[in-house]
Design a protein around this ligand. Structure first.
Ligand code: BGC
Length: 410
């Protein structure tokens, strides 16, 4: 049996019945941008090193396109060996339908409860006390990415917070730049709105609405201010014509746009373009206002395959993904934070360090995917793209529709 040192160590320490090697597992995910592809290649490399084979099943078009494909393959009897979902409830119905492999034995043997932080990540994998997924990273969407070049070209300093960013827009426009790059997909509009909520509304409001589900707060004046701020931001993005998030990031990389509100996965694109945080670009968590991050991100689920050899390889892949080596290699390229604190992150760049500091300070909130059902999320995303694209949709009208959607969450 061909095994690497890493696999041998894991085998020895947990004595789990790993595959005899040479099993092919198709792994589906939506990581198709340059940075994402570089990151996922690290997982593939680590799995291949066990003697098994990672068969890459990248699905283009982003999560909203990929997830229905993944779900219909699993429910339609054509399951893959492993698949990405976001932390939260996206795979809950599949688990409840008995279609997903129970990983509790691996999780217990490897002490996942003791190593995974924050615990909410493992909670999101747990249904009726059993563990059905392996969290692989922490991704937060509340970041403003700024192009130092765009600001140098416009002859003004790089903003240090959201208000300065908004105030810088006329100078950027005068220099022929797009102030805010925004991709034309519902989840991107919703992401921008969520980041503005944390920045403008603050943590208490965010928690009231999203955790306590206080619909009076959702319909109230503080939340209206958030909608108004989002309406001002949509003006800055009015001339943005790109579709994918990484095309928008690319506009920041080249200096065509001043900034982009996007998750920390944007770092992967800057890294691939060999741009340096602090020199070529600036990252402002919490839009430089309220330095909170939400602990969203990615987890892998393993559909039942009714094949003991494949099942052993699936569990081995789960273990490999959580290994210290793979956590470091993958997350450094992905721009996400590892889910375990006991790894060496000496190589982290400035932005990742900011994220790590916020995580250590405990200034974290759960992600939207963790608190709302996939159906609610989808409806909110549809509303948000409409709101961001219709300059004349009044903030109060959008807010009223939003509250109705949240109220129907079940
Ligand atoms: C995932 C990230 C991914 C991003 C853009 C998010 O849902 O959590 O891993 O990079 O989508 O594709």
């Amino acid at each position: 049996m061909k095994r690497t040192k890493l696999a041998a160590v894991l085998c020895a320490s947990v004595a789990l019945p790993w595959a005899a090697g040479a099993v092919e597992l198709e792994v589906t995910h939506w990581w198709t941008s340059g940075g994402e592809a570089a990151a996922v290649a690290e997982f593939a490399k680590a799995f291949d090193a066990t003697g098994n084979t990672w068969v890459d099943g990248a699905i283009a078009g982003g999560g909203d396109t990929a997830r229905p494909v993944m779900i219909s393959r699993i429910t339609g009897g054509d399951p893959m060996g492993a698949t990405q979902f976001n932390h939260g409830q996206q795979a809950l119905e599949l688990v409840e339908a008995g279609l997903m492999l129970d990983l509790t034995d691996v999780a217990e043997a490897e002490g996942w409860k003791d190593i995974i932080y924050p615990p909410s990540l493992l909670d999101s994998c747990t249904v009726d006390g059993r563990i059905y997924c392996v969290p692989v990273n922490i991704h937060s969407p509340e970041w403003l990415w700024l192009s130092n070049k765009a600001y140098a070209d416009a002859g003004i300093p790089v903003p240090t917070n959201w208000d300065e960013f908004v105030a810088s827009a006329p100078a950027l426009e005068a220099a022929g730049k797009l102030p805010l790059a925004l991709g034309n997909q519902p989840w991107q509009s919703n992401l921008a709105f969520g980041a503005i909520t944390v920045a403008i509304g603050g943590l208490d409001l965010w928690k009231k609405v999203n955790v306590e589900k206080d619909m009076e707060a959702a319909a109230g004046p503080e939340m209206l201010k958030v909608f108004e701020a989002a309406a001002a931001a949509r003006k800055l993005a009015e001339k943005s014509t790109v579709q994918d998030w990484n095309q928008a990031t690319n506009m920041v990389i080249t200096g065509e746009a001043g900034g982009q509100i996007m998750g920390d996965w944007a770092q992967g694109e800057f890294a691939v373009a060999e741009k340096v945080a602090g020199t070529d670009y600036t990252c402002l968590p919490g839009l430089g206002v309220n330095k909170y991050i939400s602990t969203g991100g990615d987890a892998f689920y393993f559909p039942k395959l009714d094949d003991p050899e494949k099942e052993a390889a699936q569990k081995q892949l789960a273990s490999v993904m959580l290994s210290k080596e793979a956590q470091v290699a993958f997350n450094l390229k992905k721009g996400s934070l590892p889910v375990r604190g006991d790894v060496d992150l000496a190589a982290a760049n400035d932005c990742m360090k900011k994220g790590l500091e916020i995580l250590a300070s405990g200034n974290i909130v759960p992600s939207g995917d963790q608190v709302w059902t996939p159906d609610t999320q989808a409806q909110v995303e549809d509303l948000m793209i409409e709101f961001w694209k219709s300059q004349d949709m009044a903030p109060a009208d959008a807010q009223a529709r939003w509250v109705e959607i949240l109220k129907s969450d079940s």
